[in-house]
Design a protein around this ligand. Structure first.
Ligand code: NAI
Ligand SMILES: O=C(O)/C=C/C=C(\O)C(=O)O
Length: 480
């Protein structure tokens, strides 16, 4: 069986204790590879390598760093079919999604920051006739990057690329649930000629490898994407050590549909914002609020389309919905569907596990599920389900829907559908969401600040925000 290696000091190496975890294909339920079950000792090796590499990497010049990041992006593009297939098998997502979204975005992340670092400028502040201040931004040191399973290579590279571009060296931990493309990336980095120790990838559990990274005294900066509960644990360890932290956490995002929207465009996009990647994107619009005059029309049209969505083998080109990432996660999502019914909800579509014929008979498939009749404050409407489950609620006024939309502990993303420009501006501004999409969803411009308010996170990634995060500002004041 294939064994994944750690990538430390430029080499592919087995974990020190030679211990491994099963890597399961969620579409078949079968173990198909082994992942290192690394621990603190492997993290220490990675930190030693990253520290040794820092001086040369941070001073080699931005053109050299940019050239290497571009080379990595080129190699990702050249290997798109291998990477997309690996991502689909490892995660359960449709192959078409991996090929059209995940892998192109991974190469775009490297290319974007190869260019971004060359346009990143320091500020200067002139004190009339008295002094000039300039702010230098220098790389911090060894950065810790920890990423989740829902968009494995997409989010892993979204952290690593700006950290490296800014001149840091990196100790990174991909998800243990879908680690294969991070492993393939380590081979790509070797082929690209990335100097040894600049990027180190340590595989394994969060409570072992992740915790060892977060607690390590020589890693002063941590970038994490994942669940809010894990974010709290990380902050508990890192805050007393005064580490810089960027936490991109969960969401319970409202999708607010006004009666004056472009109905067809809204319907098409709402299918995507509800169920893309089996609903396992922190930005999915899991609470759908529909203005009462079009509630019944929307319900009929939406449910009919959802019932036609093909759930099946992720490697089949026709598949729109693949498997959810693991058996544990499937059971969690099914548990929420049960809870919704106990809370008084009516299941309009889906609501159960799907058994797919053939090789996928043991896979973790859930029918896309639509539920109505729930109160906005119930647990189903307050907690992140992170699966193919949405709820629908009617509303009558802007004030009412604004109150419901904002009434969760989360504040990540919102979508608003209206053709009234004035309302679009005013209403968006009042939403307690760090990202608002009007008449679209997941339309990404990598230059924009990305992150969450409230329990959806701390700090922002994307564009120059990430380069600011991964550098230390120093102000130098020169008296004239
Ligand atoms: N971006 C998002 O919004 C995501 C949200 N989630 C939510 O979180 C729930 C739990 O999913 P999990 O797979 O458990 O995600 P998680 O948040 O535990 O995992 C994310 C990453 O953090 C690592 N990790 C776990 N514990 C850690 C610790 N103590 N210290 C450092 N790193 C640690 C994991 O190994 C993984 O690489 C999901 O059901 C979903 O609701 C999960 C993944 C992504
Ligand atoms: O940067 C993006 O386009 C998407 C990010 C998505 C997540 O962070 C997530 O689902 O966890």
């Amino acid at each position: 069986m294939q064994k994944i290696d750690n990538y430390i000091d430029g080499e592919l190496v087995a974990p020190i204790d030679d211990a491994y975890l099963d890597n399961v294909n969620p579409a078949t339920g079968q173990v198909y590879a082994l992942t290192p079950d690394s621990d603190q000792k492997d993290v220490q090796r990675a930190v030693d390598a990253a520290k040794a590499a820092f001086s040369a990497w941070s001073s080699c010049g931005i053109e050299t760093r940019a050239r290497l990041l571009d080379k990595i992006a080129d190699l990702i593009d050249e290997n798109i079919d291998i990477l997309a297939r690996a991502e689909s098998i490892d995660n359960g997502k449709p192959l078409s999604l991996a090929r059209n979204v995940d892998i192109p975005r991974a190469s775009a992340n490297f290319r974007f920051y190869a260019s971004g670092i060359q346009h990143f400028a320091s500020e200067s502040h002139y004190m009339e006739g008295l002094a000039i201040n300039y702010t230098q931004r220098t790389p911090i040191g060894v950065a810790g990057c920890i990423s989740p399973w829902n968009l494995p290579l997409y989010l892993f590279s979204w952290k690593i690329a700006p950290a490296l571009a800014a001149g840091n060296t990196v100790v990174a931990k991909p998800t243990e649930v879908a680690p294969m493309t991070a492993y393939l990336l380590s081979k790509i980095c070797i082929d690209a000629g990335l100097p040894k120790g600049v990027l180190n990838i340590v595989h394994g559990f969060g409570h072992k490898v992740g915790q060892a990274i977060v607690a390590h005294e020589d890693i002063p900066v941590i970038s994490f994407t994942g669940g809010t509960e894990t974010g709290k644990k990380i902050a508990t360890t890192a805050a007393p050590m005064f580490k810089k932290m960027s936490l991109e956490l969960g969401g319970k995002n409202p999708n607010i549909i006004f009666a004056d929207c472009d109905f067809d465009e809204m319907l098409k996009t709402t299918l995507r914002s509800s169920f893309a990647n089996q609903g396992q994107i922190c930005l999915c619009g899991s609470r759908i609020f529909v203005e009462r005059p079009i509630y019944e029309k929307f319900k009929m049209a939406f449910v009919s389309k959802v019932q036609k969505m093909k759930v099946g083998d992720p490697l089949d080109e026709q598949t729109r919905m693949g498997a959810v990432v693991s058996e544990t996660h499937m059971n969690k999502v099914l548990g929420y569907i049960q809870l919704a019914q106990q809370e008084g909800g009516t299941v309009l579509a889906g609501g159960q596990r799907v058994i797919v014929d053939g090789d996928c008979a043991e896979g973790y498939f859930i029918a896309p599920t639509v539920i109505e009749g729930l109160h906005a404050n119930c647990r189903t409407n307050q907690e992140e389900i992170f699966g193919p489950v949405v709820t629908m609620m009617p509303f009558d006024t802007e004030d009412e829907v604004l109150q419901m939309a904002n009434a969760t502990p989360y504040g990540l993303a919102a979508t608003v559908w209206t053709q009234d420009l004035k309302r679009a501006h005013k209403f968006s501004h009042q939403l307690k969401s760090a990202i608002v999409w009007v008449n679209c969803w997941l339309l990404r411009d990598l230059r924009t600040p990305f992150g969450g308010m409230k329990q959806s996170g701390m700090g922002r990634e994307g564009g120059f925000e990430a380069l600011r995060f991964f550098t230390e500002p120093q102000n130098i004041c020169i008296k004239l």
